[in-house]
Design a protein around this ligand. Structure first.
Ligand code: ADP
Ligand code: MG
Length: 359
């Protein structure tokens, strides 16, 4: 087990700056996820940590050991990729034993570890099959099993679930998390799927264009995004954004939205500013309710109702700005109804439209 520290790590491919001055410390036994859209540098960061790529600058430290210049096999890591890369001529058992034999672990101990991992990953009955005789999900579980039986200090996973269908993805992620906890291994996981990152991680590092945007616990990043990018990337459906003009009045922020006025607590703003200013007002679909128009500060017209089962999505037009909310499917408004919106005021996030940072 080990901590992993990235110190001012950068990586360029010719003119392309894939990673810029990445600084983070992953705790011993922590599950940390690198999250961001395609091309933001997640795989590059993982490949540098694994030793498959050399950083252009900065250091990588495991525990108190500088591993920046070490070869992959000297780093005590195990890695799982999106395409599971199992040996086709070997059985599940042989695939899982292979890494252990390379590490010169004794036969009996190796067998014991393989059986234990197979049990946790529900592969017990499949140990004598070859990869061609397994489903995609089973193959991916073998790849995970093969990585974890080596009992690495650091477990690296690059989008290991993206080839699986939706229900299997949910089951396999639960297994990965359970296994990681049981083994207490430090894990770095890469995904572009914000829900996967939310449910799996102790902390999430949100990346964009090779730059770390925010690092925090899932609910902190969700509730308290540092900027517009993080706010809209995390959460599905995305956080609604409305153009607003703000005015500070004592302990209240008055937000003018399409000619209607909302009152928000002063605590929703971070920076100090005076007088009036423009802002983007963000509110998540689950953070406002739909009420009778008469008692509401904000009103809009319903243009779409989508029942999901446990709830329905409701799309509301406020003077050309559209807002997605949720409601009880049995009490959903009708299309073209004028409804009131009651915001959970302390959940509102305000952004500077120029810098895209929180206000
Ligand atoms: P992600 O995994 O987040 O999708 P990558 O780390 O694969 O992103 O890529 C980050 C950036 O670096 C992209 O712009 C990509 O095109 C570039 N890149 C990655 N690998 C190479 C390479 N071997 N040569 C040149 N450019 C690369
Ligand atoms: Mg990638």
């Amino acid at each position: 087990m080990a901590t992993v520290s990235l110190e001012n790590m950068s990586k360029s491919y010719g003119p392309v700056a894939a990673l810029q001055a990445l600084d983070m410390r992953i705790g011993d036994g922590e599950f940390l996820t690198l999250l961001g859209p395609s091309g933001c540098g997640k795989s590059t960061a993982l490949a540098c940590i694994a030793g498959l790529e050399k950083p252009s600058g900065g250091r990588i430290v495991f525990g108190d050991r500088d591993v920046t210049r070490l070869e992959p096999h000297q780093r005590d890591i195990a890695m799982v990729f999106q395409d599971y890369a199992l040996y086709p001529h070997m059985t599940v058992r042989e695939n899982m034993l292979f890494g252990l034999q390379q590490q010169r672990v004794g036969r009996a101990e190796s067998e014991r570890q393989v059986v234990r991992a197979a049990e946790v990953l529900d592969l017990g009955r499949l140990l004598d099959r070859r990869p061609a005789e397994l489903s995609g999900g089973q193959r991916q579980r073998v790849a995970v099993g093969r990585a974890v039986v080596r009992n690495p200090s650091v477990f690296l996973m690059d989008e290991p679930l993206s080839n699986l269908d939706a229900s299997l993805r949910v089951r396999t992620r639960t297994e990965i998390r359970r296994l990681q906890r049981e083994l207490g291994v430090t894990a770095l996981f890469v995904t572009h799927d914000q829900e996967e990152a939310m449910v799996l991680s102790d902390r999430i590092a949100v990346m964009r264009g090779g730059v770390l945007q925010q690092l925090g616990r899932p609910m902190d990043v969700y509730r308290d995004p540092a900027n517009l990018f993080v706010a809209t990337f995390i959460g599905s459906p995305a956080m609604n954004m409305l153009e607003a003009e703000l005015m500070l009045q004592g302990d209240t922020v008055r937000a003018l939205v399409s000619g209607q006025t909302l009152s928000l607590p002063r605590a929703v703003t971070r920076s100090s500013w005076e007088g009036t200013r423009k802002a983007l007002l963000g509110i998540r679909p689950s953070d406002f309710g739909i009420t009778a128009p008469a008692d509401a500060a904000l009103r809009g017209r319903v243009f779409l109702v989508e029942p999901v089962g446990p709830f329905a999505y409701v799309d509301i037009d406020i003077d050309g700005w559209s807002l997605k909310g949720t409601c009880d499917p049995d009490r959903a408004p009708a299309i073209d109804d004028v409804v009131g919106l009651s915001f959970v005021a302390e959940r509102v996030c305000l952004f500077d439209p120029e810098t895209e940072l929180r206000l």
